[in-house]
Each structure stands twice: as structure tokens, then as C-alpha cells.
Design a protein around this ligand. Sequence first.
Ligand SMILES: *Cc1c(COP(=O)(O)O)cnc(C)c1O
Length: 344
Amino acid sequence: MNLNNLIRKNIKAMKPYSSARDEFKDLKADMVFLDANENPFETTLNRYPDPQQTALKELISKQKELPINQVLLGNGSDEVLDLIVRAFCEPNQDSILTLLPTYGMYSVLAQLNSIENIEVSLSKDFNINVDQVLKQVKPSTKLLFICSPNNPSGNIMDVNAVTRLLKAFDGLVVIDEAYIDFTTIESWMQHLNTFPNLIVTQTLSKAYGLAGIRLGTCYASKEIIAVLNKIKPPYNINSLTQQAAIEALQNNEVSDQVSSILREREKLANALASCFFVKKIYPSDANFILIKVDDANKRYDELLRHGIVIRNRTTQLGCENCLRISLGTPAENKQLLTLLNTLK
Ligand SMILES: *Cc1c(COP(=O)(O)O)cnc(C)c1O
């Protein structure tokens, strides 16, 4: 893999926007700041946020034991994924490859950027057929998206299959680990030094209980991170988000919640097994469970009528009659089970 050949020409040539706060970073310094056309009267939010998010990234870098120049932050991991597509895929020319069924955003990004999305189906139990993937790769294929644990199936992708793809694929492999905190397997982050074409994305939206602040993280080689940094919007992480994330990461107070969700996952899976209309419960390494039922549309409507909203995935490839249920609080899960037991 030659990174230089993967970066879009216009992006290689472009000069990044230099913001006022990039030039003079230290707002605490004893200076008078008349450079950014801000309102000078103190409201705690009158100044632009740190465009490099230094304090937050230093904390993440320390916790993840990864140099700060291998960390990029986005307005949700959705923004990170968008930056990756825009940095490396030439519209109307390049392609990405995705493995179905999976997270819907990859296909949206391909359409948005006018890029072909080569869709390869996962096996019946949602694993990767490596030979089939490699056969479908074209010279124009710049990115391969692997979601692990996968949404909506909930499983982690086989380590050997992913390793083979990392070695054999000439472009970049993006591993979306939005649900990594709900599994015991190690993050692919640990292998960034082995695979220069690896990009790992994570998020504070799921395990950390901070979907509302929109903070996604991206880990890769410093060369890849430098390209993404060059094109990111200057102030993509607002001040409130930076503050809230620092507090949450310092206090690290979600581990009890994650433990509860994991206990509930096992309890719910066991209870679902005795529902007559549940045909299959897929093993989950995430904070949701995918089940196959007798009639997904019917069961979805029944739940909705009783005020419980789940996700109907029946139209997704390989997910006929499948429903995706996020784990709730113990009380919410109990409410769900009580209702399920009354269905006929
Ligand atoms: C929820 C989800 C995301 C989105 O994360 P944000 O950080 O909230 O944008 C990304 N990838 C997958 C697979 C998800 O399920």
C-alpha cells in the first residue's frame, strides 16, 4: 500500500484553512485576543473552541496509550467516516467495499460522494468470506469497511479473516468499533503498528452514554491522521463537547452501566429463547440483540402499539424477519419481556 497514491489529488494539493485559534492557541496566555472576530464579553462560550482539541486528545492518547498524532476526533464517528471517504475516494471514479448487512451510513456516504459501493454479502452467520471479498475488489477500490462488532448482527468478525484482508487489500481497511466496549476481544487499535493501512473508529455514543455530545474517535498511522486533519472543519468539536468528554473520560463512571447491559444481554437472550415466535437469537458482542421471528412486521407493529420501539431489519440483506432490540435498563427490559409473553 502506498498512501500517497490513495490520497485524492486535490486534497494532496490543497492548503488547509488556518484558523485564528490555530495561530495563537493558548487562550489562557496573558494576551489580548482581537484576532477571531469573537464577542469579547465573557460568557464562558464566547471564544472559538480549540481546533486541535489538545486537552481532550492528550487525555485520550494517555488512556489509549497511543501517540496524540495518531488520534483524530470527529463530530460523531459519522463525521470521521465522512472525512475518510472524502480524503481518499475520487467522486465518479473510485469505489468502497462494504459487507452486508451492516451499518447504513457507509452506503449513504458512498451515494453522497458519488462513489460506487461494492456490496458483498456476509455468510449466513454473518462472517466474512475473504476470497469473495478479494474477488470483488477493483483497482478503483480505495476503502474496505468492516464493522466489528457488526451492526445489526452483533457479532465480531473473525480475527484471521480480518488479518487476511489487512494483508491482501491494497487500500485502507476501516474497522468500525462503535460497539467495542461491549466485547472482551481486544481492539484492532493494538495492531496499528503492524498494519499501516488500518484505520479504527470508535465513539462515545454507545457505551459512554454520550450520544448527545457527538464525539467519535479515529486511530490510524500519523500519516493517515495528518491527511484527515488537513480536511476536517476547523472547529468540528465544540467547547461543550470537549468539556463533557474530558469529564466523562476522567471519571470513567460508565463501567457499572456497561456491566449491567452485559448482564441484561444474557438475561434477555435466555428469556427470548422461550418465546414461541422467536426462531433464532444471534450471539451478540454489542448492546443489542438480533433475533429472527415468525413475522417481523407483525411483531414490530405489536410492540409499537404497546409503546415499545425496536428496529425492524427485515428488509436488510440476510436479515429476513429479523428484529434488532437495544438493551434497555433492567426495568425496560422487564417491560419488554412481560409484553412479549402476552403476544399470541
Ligand atoms: C451508532 C454507530 C455509529 C455512529 O456513531 P456516532 O459516533 O454516534 O456517529 C457508527 N458506527 C456504527 C456501526 C454504529 O452502529
